[in-house]
Design a protein around this ligand. Structure first.
Ligand SMILES: [Zn+2]
Length: 256
């Protein structure tokens, strides 16, 4: 009898070890690839506007890979759908459209809240934080308001919360979030870029700029906010701020 209990006990241990060592990626065959494709076609303008079938295929595959590798966790009453995962993954891939080999090393989990939250993670429509990337113990974690995510794709008003947060991750990939994404920007452009950022911040503070005033917070927020503008309303940015547009185009190579 003792031996049997011992064997069962050993079996349980081996099973638990197997579970804990299993890689956290979701299996491709369990993902509803056809549904993901349909959601991209129906809800992501950027995907629809991609010109060649090859580039569309690459975008779709990168979205699927992102969904496979990242954990999406609902907090409290939040209930996310497959569409939310597609919108988040698209927001991750859009700014890196010209860098097909880029894989995010600094995101593992995305915590999803129903609505906007505050620094104590209290959810309330009156709170103002729509998304943030974690630091310290929360490194590799992003927090998003589902309302802000969805409105970013529905309203088309130049604001794209999820893309904003992924631009922070791209900025942070070189070790420091400072508005200078060193993997994207040639060294010779770093100084001119910083001059453009500082001039842009002064312009927001002193004049009647149409750029979201949150950009004037600091260099890293300027980079994230102006990137939302660049991807959401490129023609308008080009008309109003041709030099900023030109700098961003050299980094993101949206039209290579
Ligand atoms: Zn930000």
């Amino acid at each position: 009898m003792g031996v049997i209990i011992m064997l069962i006990f050993l079996g349980v241990i081996v099973y638990l070890l197997k579970i804990s060592s299993r890689k956290e990626t979701k299996l491709l065959e369990t993902l509803p690839v056809e549904d993901i494709l349909r959601l991209l076609e129906d809800h992501v303008d950027f995907y629809k506007a991609i010109q060649t079938p090859e580039r569309k295929e690459t975008f779709k595959n990168r979205v699927i890979r992102f969904i496979q590798n990242v954990r999406f966790t609902d907090v409290d009453t939040a209930r996310h759908t497959l569409l939310d995962e597609v919108l988040i993954a698209s927001s991750a891939i859009i700014p890196l459209i010209a860098y097909p080999d880029w894989e995010y090393q600094n995101i593992r989990e995305i915590l999803l809240y129903d609505d906007h939250f505050n620094l104590d993670y209290q959810v309330n429509e009156k709170n103002h934080i729509m998304g943030m990337v974690g630091d310290g113990a929360m490194n590799d974690t992003m927090i998003l308001s589902l309302r802000a995510l969805r409105e970013g794709f529905e309203k088309k008003d130049g604001s794209q919360t999820a893309l904003h947060e992924f631009v922070h991750l791209i900025d942070k990939a070189d070790g420091v979030a400072d508005g200078v994404p060193e993997y994207l920007i040639p060294k010779s452009l770093i100084e001119p870029w910083l001059r453009h950022i500082r001039a842009g911040i002064i312009d927001i503070k002193q004049n009647d700029s149409e750029i979201n005033p949150y950009a004037a917070t600091n260099e890293q927020e300027f980079f994230a906010v102006i990137s939302e503008y660049f991807f959401e309303k490129p023609q308008l940015l080009q008309r109003h701020h041709p030099q900023l547009y030109e700098m961003l185009n050299r980094m993101f190579k949206r039209y290579p």
